[in-house]
Design a binder for this molecule. Structure first.
Ligand code: CA
Length: 129
């Protein structure tokens, strides 16, 4: 999951080719680059949500580097499932103040789907005995 220096160099030159203003490129510029990957829009949306860490609707170099990392890793198969939150080792130092979140995330065990599949399994279990 680490981003190699060679990859950083590559992502940085793509970033610079978009003529960043004040160190950032706009959402629509980023979208244009992301779309060239050929990944599905919902997937690109997930990557955007993961990587626009400060939620300002723009990508700075750190965020853009992360986004391309997820895009290329998805394309080459090294990531099969996008993480729901950014793994700590990928959080750029410039964005570390956004982590850990100051509010607790809801636990997955409260999901109605979990309960449902459990009761489904339980009823199957009792059918056999
Ligand atoms: Ca941003």
């Amino acid at each position: 999951m680490e981003i190699s220096p060679a990859d950083r160099q590559k992502y940085s030159s793509i970033f610079q080719s978009q003529s960043p203003q004040n160190g950032k490129i706009s959402g629509s510029q980023a979208k244009g680059v992301f779309m060239q990957s050929g990944l599905a829009l919902p997937q690109l949306g997930e990557i955007w949500n993961l990587c626009d860490i400060d939620k300002d609707g723009c990508m700075d170099l750190d965020e853009f580097t992360l986004a391309l990392h997820f895009i290329f890793s998805t394309l080459n198969g090294s990531i099969r499932q996008l993480p729901s939150t950014l793994p700590p080792q990928l959080v750029p130092p410039s964005k570390s103040s956004y982590f850990p979140r100051s509010f607790p995330l809801p636990t997955k065990s409260l999901s109605p789907f979990t309960t449902h599949s459990f009761s489904l399994q339980a009823s199957c279990f009792y059918t056999y005995f």
